[in-house]
Design a protein around this ligand. Structure first.
Ligand SMILES: NC(=O)C1=CN([C@@H]2O[C@H](COP(=O)(O)OP(=O)(O)OC[C@H]3O[C@@H](n4cnc5c(N)ncnc54)[C@H](O)[C@@H]3O)[C@@H](O)[C@H]2O)C=CC1
Ligand SMILES: O=C(O)[C@H]1O[C@H](OP(=O)(O)OP(=O)(O)OC[C@H]2O[C@@H](n3ccc(=O)[nH]c3=O)[C@H](O)[C@@H]2O)[C@H](O)[C@@H](O)[C@@H]1O
Length: 464
């Protein structure tokens, strides 16, 4: 079966970049990305491609090339569903904030809405692809909803989890380590649907990197992959605390450990704690699923990754307070970086939010600089925590457009996102503008310690 018309529901961090790359690599396939968020679609259609809603290196160039040719962004969800032979569901699946499973389970209400809408609108057979990260066995629920209309339309459900990381989305999509496609391997129709999706990816991904499995393995592999990655960060962060007590240096330990080819060097950077929309939510979901099968030890094992991460964020902030003579009340603290990692404007679950909240509870005055995050987003992140009123957040936090301005007159500077530009700041000039003693806290192991200490900083870095 040859796919001619793809619809993707959800024009977010995954739907947007993924479909842009499919459209670029398969110019004969029409790709329509739809969303109920009108503002987002308007931004995707902005005449100036630099204004698309998601910042990812290389993305605007692809959008420029494919948009209007075979890549379209629209709010007409029904129309796009109706016309498509393959529909990707790429909507948000955040942690539930209410009811059963609150704070742990994935909230599948947007997924279900999509399924109901597809069932209502479709007049011809469809391949429905789970692109969102979903609990294992969600495909069964989707199939039940889709098959319940009794109108004779046939659906094949595939699981095709996305492994891209933000900040490197375009590279990850163009050269993936693997593409995973789960489907009904026991029926001819199932195999045909899987082949159709394999053929899309095979336009640019070597066949041996396209893995096909049963649906449940595919769904569970995604949660497992994120759990393993996050576990590495929590593991090295646990060691970073021990390093600080013993005189070992976490970078040296990580290098020594990572040179063992069985361990490997990647994902061993100690930090102020992992953030991002997925690690925490996906591990909580895994823990929830394990608990729901009464697998207590399995659940507790993975939950520890989150417990360690929360500890790391709190410990970093608490150490700032302790180092600054046990009080930051009324002190000006410059925070460099708000995004959860460099090269993205995404702030979801960023460690910066929690560090700022902790310091605000200690009555600090905070000045934030981030090259890609807007003032509106920073206030909205703090307001969302609900620790204090919106007015109080706006009174205690100032957002500026220049790192030097942030540091001027500050008691302390904290580096919280590893943006390259922070490495090259004129640190001597920063020092000269600060109150003395000038404290510098590196939550990312971005800065070279000895030169900072030579300048005169009281320098503290994770795991050093
Ligand atoms: N952000 C990331 O780097 C990655 C995310 N994922 C997974 O992909 C999924 C999507 O994540 P993001 O793209 O980050 O989320 P997002 O929040 O950026 O985008 C989701 C979009 O879906 C839209 N939407 C929700 N319900 C809709 C409906 N019924 N009809 C039309 N549009 C609807 C929302 O308006 C939103 O724009 C999640 O399950 C996530 O776990 C997977 C890999 C990487
Ligand atoms: O499912 C998802 O959403 C995605 O989650 C992560 O991607 P992402 O969260 O975009 O970014 P990562 O590079 O994994 O970083 C996550 C967090 O861990 C932190 N981190 C990462 C690596 C490291 O060594 N140390 C460390 O502290 C980062 O700074 C960041 O806050 C995974 O890497 C992707 O494979 C996955 O598709």
């Amino acid at each position: 079966m040859k796919i001619k018309n793809i619809c993707c529901i959800g024009a977010g961090y995954v739907g947007g970049p993924t479909m842009a790359v499919i459209a670029q690599k398969c110019p004969k396939v029409k790709v329509t990305v739809v969303d109920i968020n009108e503002k987002r679609i308007k931004q995707w259609n902005d005449e100036n491609v630099e204004n698309i809603p998601i910042y990812e290196p290389g993305l605007s160039e692809i959008v420029k090339e494919a948009r209007g040719r075979n890549l379209f962004f629209s709010t007409e969800v029904d129309k796009a569903i109706d016309e498509a032979d393959m529909i990707f569901i790429s909507v948000n699946t955040p942690t539930k904030t209410y009811g059963i499973g609150k704070g742990m389970a994935a909230d599948l209400k947007w997924i279900e809405l999509c399924a109901r809408q597809i069932a209502e609108v479709s007049k011809s057979d469809k391949i429905v692809v789970e692109k969102s990260t979903l609990p294992v066995r969600t495909a069964a629920a989707l199939k039940e909803i889709l098959d319940s209309t009794g109108n004779g339309v046939k659906y094949q459900i595939l699981s095709n989890p996305e492994f891209l990381a933000e900040g490197t989305a375009v590279d990850d999509l163009k050269n993936p380590d693997r593409v995973l496609i789960g489907g009904d391997i026991e029926t001819e129709e199932g195999k045909e649907a899987m082949d159709a999706l394999v053929n899309i990816y095979a336009s640019w991904v070597p066949r041996e990197k396209i893995l096909t499995t049963n649906v449940w393995s595919s769904e569970l592999s995604k949660l497992t992959a994120n759990a393993f990655l996050a576990q590495r960060v929590s593991s090295i962060n646990a060691i970073s605390e021990l390093c600080e007590k013993t005189g070992a240096d976490v970078n040296e330990v990580a290098k020594a450990v990572g040179m063992d080819t069985r361990v490997g060097p990647k994902f061993l950077n100690a930090s102020v704690g992992f953030g991002g929309s997925c690690f925490q939510k996906d591990i909580l979901n895994l823990v929830y699923i394990a608990r729901s099968f009464n697998l207590k030890e399995v659940a507790d094992y993975w939950e520890q990754v989150i417990i360690m991460n929360d500890h790391q964020k709190r410990r970093f902030a608490a150490n700032m307070v302790r180092t600054m003579y046990n009080t930051v009340s009324g002190k000006k603290i410059a925070m460099l970086g708000w995004a959860f990692k460099k090269d993205t404007n995404d702030t979801r679950e960023s460690a910066s939010i929690y560090v700022a909240d902790y310091l605000l509870n200690e009555q600090a005055e905070i000045i934030v600089y981030d090259p890609k995050v807007t003032e509106e987003q920073i206030y909205s992140d703090l307001d969302y925590l609900g620790s204090r009123s919106g007015d109080a957040n706006r009174q205690a936090v100032t957002v500026v457009n220049d790192p030097m301005e942030a540091c001027e007159g500050a008691h302390a500077v904290a580096v919280l996102t590893e943006w390259d530009e922070f490495k090259d700041l004129d640190w001597k000039m920063v020092y000269d503008q600060m109150l003395k003693p000038a404290f510098l806290f590196d939550g990312r192991r971005l800065l070279e310690p000895s030169t900072k200490r030579e300048i005169g900083f009281e320098f503290y870095a994770i795991g050093n």
